[in-house]
Write a protein that binds this ligand. Structure first.
Ligand SMILES: [Zn+2]
Ligand SMILES: [Zn+2]
Length: 149
């Protein structure tokens, strides 16, 4: 049985569909930027091939270049309700990072990795056995963690 993997913004103007066999595993980032950007304790995301993400509703674009100019993040948000839906980054071409809480099936997500835990709030506990890193994770380890479970 296949379940569709779809999501969208709070008001419904932006909708998307992910082409994947199953709901991708999610990771939490506890860094300060993610706290600021989400207005919450951490951001929750899934990584999917950009080619497997179909978006309808013409998202607004916000581009943010790192201070050293080495990479540009392109954030897509709903132009009506301002929900941030996904982003791409020039440092990781071909991949889209979807704000996992925008998935219709967000209640089914499994959080299989935590990064930037040195910024983690005291009230949030990471279950034992779930990989976590005090800052960013080495890419190979991170991909391995996301594909497990
Ligand atoms: Zn909206
Ligand atoms: Zn972060």
């Amino acid at each position: 049985m296949t379940h569709s993997i779809e999501g969208g913004c709070r008001c419904g103007r932006i909708r998307y569909r992910v082409t994947a066999e199953k709901l991708p595993n999610a990771y939490a980032c506890h860094c300060r930027d993610c706290q600021t950007w989400s207005g919450s304790a951490f951001s929750l995301q899934i990584i999917v091939p950009e080619s497997g993400l179909q978006v309808t509703g013409e998202p607004a674009l916000f581009e943010l270049t790192s201070p050293d100019g080495s990479r540009t993040s392109r954030q897509r948000a709903c132009p009506v309700c301002f929900t941030r839906v996904f982003n791409t980054n020039s440092a990781r071409p071909g991949l889209a990072v979807v704000r996992a809480g925008t998935l219709d099936r967000s209640d089914e997500l499994k959080i299989v990795a935590h990064i930037w835990t040195k910024r983690k709030l005291a009230g949030i506990d990471i279950p034992s056995g779930v990989p976590s890193w005090p800052e960013g994770a080495p890419l190979a380890d991170f991909i391995a963690a996301l594909s497990r479970g």
